[in-house]
Write a protein that binds this ligand. Structure first.
Ligand code: SF4
Length: 353
């Protein structure tokens, strides 16, 4: 059996197999989340948020706002976390994450995660972390010459995030499978050493379409300055779209274009109705549409997607205490599970004094 098959699961398998599992869940639990390092953008929407809105109807969905993990790279500005957590929560609620279906958790309020991380870190080798492909790639992307302890160890704390809530599944793209395999190894080792208190998580293989950046970069990212944020107003979005990279060889609207190399066209494929997208493709190749018109059309398509989100965002923005109540309620619910798991962990380790 190949890695992909062994480590992945599909909704139907788990929905029914886990109808009565050890942690009293009625259906499989998934854990997912974000670091609150800034507002979420259209890349997040296509890459994960849309998927979560669908998954919350099938799974017991836990979404972690990983503020401690955000400190691995933003330790010098902890004061920004509070606002970032609030903004990420607003983004969640705006896209349709429903508090009655999804449990939204503030990571730093679950101190059990930190304790479990410490226990895991006793048997995870430094070499395994140094050679972890995600750590290597991220360190390279961020230009780190020397790694701090928290950054190097974050796959360990991420495993604790998953294990403490007894999550069965973690929605990931195929490129993140090594990450889940790493977590599985840690949990397996723990269970071998101390008995099976923890659930070995599986990957819930999902499609995470990547949205390219406005500048044509393969990834839309806040740090690259090439993102359209879900919270941007429509005028800002319009001016951002205006700057996006198109087919450079087109000087006049009548010049035949190449939509396949155009950022705007890739967005049309994602956000516009198929009829409009087909017409744009045809007209661009035929040289019968100008880029300004094409960009205006895209602006309308994105607007149509964001209008209902903006209504929800506005509702919650005016009710900040309601947003914090949602976060605290989710965190309290999760904390009960975390403290039960930690109790079991300590019993198994025979350190329940
Ligand atoms: S018409 Fe549209 S698809 Fe064609 S190059 Fe211009 S922006 Fe891109």
């Amino acid at each position: 059996m190949n890695n992909t098959k062994r480590n992945s699961a599909v909704a139907s398998e788990f929905k029914f197999e886990n109808t009565q599992n050890t942690s009293g869940k009625s259906y499989a639990r998934i854990l997912t989340g974000d670091r609150p390092t800034g507002p979420l953008h259209l890349g997040h929407f296509c890459g994960s948020l849309k998927n979560r809105v669908a998954l919350q109807n099938i799974y017991d969905t836990f979404i972690l706002i990983a503020d401690v993990q955000a400190l691995t790279t933003n330790f010098d500005h902890p004061e920004l976390l509070r606002q970032n957590i609030f903004n990420v929560a607003l983004d969640y609620l705006a896209v349709g994450i429903a508090p009655e279906k999804s449990t939204i958790i503030i990571q730093s309020m679950i101190n059990e995660i930190a304790e479990l991380t410490i226990f895991f870190s006793m048997f995870v080798s430094i070499n395994a972390l140094k050679h972890n492909p995600t750590i290597k790639t991220e360190a390279k992307e961020r230009g780190y010459k020397e790694l701090n302890y928290g950054f190097l160890g974050y796959p360990v704390s991420q495993t604790a995030d998953i294990a403490i809530f007894k999550a069965d599944l973690v929605p990931v793209g195929i490129d993140q499978l090594p990450h889940i395999e790493f977590s599985r190894k840690i949990v397996r080792r723990f269970n071998e050493l101390y008995g099976g208190a923890l659930i070995e998580p599986e990957a819930l293989l999902s499609e995470f379409p990547k949205l390219i950046g406005l500048d044509g970069n393969l990834k839309m990212s806040k740090s690259y300055g090439n993102a359209i944020f879900l919270s941007d107003d429509f005028d800002t979005i319009k001016s951002k779209i205006r700057t996006a990279l198109t087919d450079k060889s087109r000087i006049h609207p009548s010049d035949p274009g190449h939509p396949d190399i155009c950022t705007i066209f890739s967005y049309h494929k994602t956000f516009s109705e198929s009829g409009l997208t087909k017409n744009i493709e045809h007209d661009c190749i035929a040289g019968s549409i100008g880029c300004v018109q094409c960009k205006n059309n895209l602006h309308e398509s994105i607007k149509n997607i964001l209008i209902p989100m903006n209504e929800k965002r506005q509702y919650y923005k005016e009710r900040a205490s309601e947003v914090w109540d949602i976060l605290f309620a989710g965190t309290n619910k999760a904390k009960k599970i975390a403290s039960e798991t930690l109790k079991e962990v300590k019993e198994n380790m025979k350190i329940n004094y």
